[in-house]
Write a protein that binds this ligand. Structure first.
Ligand code: IVH
Length: 665
């Protein structure tokens, strides 16, 4: 063996071991300087001798590989989710069901890590692929990003072939730092660790994932029999031995009492853990017992996920202030005495509208209970009336816009108040922010704060002004805090945004009721903005998922001369107005046919089936009629199946759909 090759191997081993000690055992043996020194030596040798550089070299941890799209990976064993339980009775019922099947089970209690599940395949000890769960049957290939997760071994002992599964997550401290950096760059914060992990693992450029410092807890071995393993607890031990990061909290318990003790213990410890958990997973320990209990169409019968109740805390409602959205909608917001809920500080919470505040009977000065609903958005549950002192001030809805002072109005039958002044500055700023946001035109560098500055300085007053910003390039560079480079980057990002596919522009225009999903639906259907603009209200109403109100809003938008003028201006400025997404595909059994999907198909959600049908030029509708060609029938289908039979319509069961699905290109 050549000297260089030998040294590359040595360094790889040293660095892999150091990674393991640092990230899995959290017990480093090398100093940072030593680690960096070895890493630089390895990088240099690999550069000079690329023929010896392994695709799983520790130098890959920093990322760099960029893919152009995510490939699909089929899970050899489906990745199922677990049924949720919410209280002691439901846990007891779970245990009783198992006992009634004639078993006397022990359980393993594990923390339910709040991230996203991943599957990791090793061949001859080398990490080969990493995949997301996807729909449970088919996931996305995220190997390039998975290799940057330092707690996941690139190489395992014994050169084994193995698949392990676990949770990819982001630690709380990492999220706090990331959000701090994002705020500086005017990017919106991630709402929680789970969203941040999911967003990071779905990056095409692995150096971004590498910077996000993702982590893993491994908890599932899909093929335990291959290794002679008989219990879940032993499989955890086995994976730990192989060098995977296995959670030390996992506990073998004898009975319900043990389960409840574990839950109570970790409910208390939860706020102090360095990562988010949202419950406890309870699994039958004996794998033979598991196999006998089997699966329903969606879940294993041998495990449940106990979900913690949302944490509630008390604080003082010090004020209620009002904000104006881009549609002119007025939102009352609770100003709260800062309080920590689930590790983050809450100072504000939306109160939605006047009716909401009245219904909750909130008064300024009240002590209120708040919680993080779905642990994302803080919610005011209600006042503690028994703590009132008489000093509290009644809530008073405002009658005039807090920004432009115009009289507010309520639209027909709606609860919200609106500022009707089309020139209200608050609306302009909000609609500009919306236009530039990630899901819309995604103009990096035009965040909330900068738009506000540029608006106030008169550089951007309307959407077309964004595309004229280059005229002010010199002046902008002289502004405090904006160097030449950052303005250049900004102008480039603006120019790039012109190429966006139609749905981004459509969402960015901020037509009331058009969210990002509806924008995709419309862009796919009509292909160009001009075609969409020509549709009658009736045409729009006939589209599945577009209700009467939305059809009316869309029609009204394109009926307005100012909006038509805006479209023309944007076209002149060179913005793309066409849908650039994947072309519609063809399949003999799907294209041109009308489908109804009913009941539960075990390996795929109804939404996904419908979107596949539409991608292949079929139509999916919700009710069976004589026009329906095919009804796809899953488990627990009801009256639609009966009707289809009465009408003599072709019926596909799960197996048939599966075979058609597998025949798609
Ligand atoms: S076991 C068949 N164990 O919770 C085994 N899941 O619906 C299925 N999760 O999708 C998974 N921590 O993403 C398992 N210790 C743990 C877990 C865990 C988090 C997630 C996982 C799964 C969901 C349950």
């Amino acid at each position: 063996m050549k000297e260089a090759q030998k040294r590359i191997q040595e360094l790889t081993e040293i660095l892999n071991q150091a990674n393991y000690e640092y990230y899995v055992l959290t017990n480093p043996t090398l100093t940072d300087q030593e680690f960096d020194k070895y890493m630089r030596e390895l990088e240099k040798l690999e550069k000079e001798n690329p023929e010896f550089a392994s695709p799983n070299s520790p130098t890959k941890r920093v990322g760099g590989e960029v893919i152009d799209k995510f490939k699909k990976i089929k899970h050899r064993i489906p990745m199922l989710s677990l049924p949720d339980v919410f209280n002691e009775e439901e846990i007891i019922a779970f245990d009783e069901r198992i006992r009634k099947s004639g078993f006397n089970p022990e359980y393993v209690c594990e923390l339910k890590i709040d991230g996203l599940s991943g599957s990791f395949h090793y061949e001859e000890g080398e990490l080969l692929t990493g995949a997301t769960r996807g729909d449970g049957t088919i996931g996305e290939d995220i190997t390039h990003n998975v290799k940057t997760i330092r707690s996941l071994p690139l190489h395992i002992k014994d050169n084994t072939d193995i698949e392990v599964r676990g949770e990819i997550y982001m630690g709380r401290e990492t999220l706090a730092k990331l959000n701090h950096d994002r705020a500086e760059k005017n990017l919106p914060p991630f709402q929680n660790c789970r969203n941040a992990a999911a967003g990071s693992i779905r990056q095409l450029d692995s150096s971004i994932a590498a910077e996000r410092k993702l982590d893993t807890w491994i908890y599932h071995l899909p093929n335990p029999e291959d290794y002679g393993i008989k219990t879940q607890f032993d499989s955890l031990e086995f994976m730990k031995e192989l060098g995977f990061k296995v959670n030390p909290a996992n506990r073998l318990v004898k009975d319900i009492k043990g389960i409840l003790r574990f839950i109570e213990e970790y409910q208390e410890k939860r706020p102090y853990l360095p990562y988010d958990i949202d419950g406890v997973v309870i699994k039958v320990n004996d794998l033979e017992m598991q196999a006998k209990l089997g699966f329903t169409s969606k879940h294993p019968r041998w495990a449940v996920a106990y979900k913690f109740p949302a944490e509630e805390v008390l604080t003082k409602l010090t004020d209620i202030i009002f904000t104006v959205g881009r549609t002119g909608r007025i939102t009352p917001n609770a100003v709260l005495e800062p309080v920590i809920v689930m590790g983050s500080t809450i100072k504000r919470a939306t109160l939605h509208n006047e009716d909401y505040v009245i219904e909750k009977d909130l008064k300024i000065g009240d002590i209120v209970a708040i919680r993080k609903a779905g642990d994302v958005i803080p919610e005011v549950i209600g006042p503690k009336k028994e703590r009132r002192t008489g000093e509290e001030v009644d809530f008073q809805m405002i009658s005039h816009c807090p920004i432009c002072d115009s009289l507010l109005e309520k639209k027909n039958g709606q609860v919200d108040h609106y500022c009707m002044n089309p020139n209200c500055p608050a609306k302009h700023i909000e609609s500009l922010i919306h236009f530039c946001e990630r899901k819309a035109m995604n103009i990096d560098g035009l965040g909330e704060k900068i738009i506000e500055d540029f608006f106030n300085l008169g550089f951007i007053k309307s959407i077309p002004d964004i595309y004229h910003l280059d005229i002010h390039s010199k002046e902008l560079q002289e502004l405090e805090g904006y160097g030449k480079k950052s303005i250049e980057n900004l102008l480039n990002a603006i120019e790039e945004s012109k190429k966006n596919s139609l749905e981004k522009l459509l969402f960015g225009l901020g037509i009331e009721g058009i969210g990002d999903k509806t924008a995709i639906l419309l862009a796919k259907k009509y292909k160009t903005l001009e075609t969409l603009a020509m549709q009658s209200e009736e045409d729009l109403k006939n589209i599945k998922d577009i209700g009467a109100i939305l059809a009316k809003n869309i029609h009204a938008f394109f009926d307005n001369m100012d909006n038509i003028a805006l479209m023309h201006k944007l076209k002149e400025l060179g913005l793309n107005m066409k849908y650039l997404g994947p072309e519609e595909k063809h399949h003999d059994l799907i294209s041109g046919k009308r489908f109804v999907v009913t009941g539960t198909i075990s390996f795929m959600g109804r939404d996904e089936i419908e979107s596949i049908i539409e991608n292949y030029g079929g139509q999916a509708s919700s009710s069976v009629s004589s026009k329906t060609n095919i009804v796809i029938v899953g488990e627990k289908a009801g009256s639609k199946e009966t009707k289809a039979k009465e009408l003599g319509i072709e019926i596909w069961d799960e197996a048939k759909w599966k075979s058609v699905y597998e025949s798609l290109e």
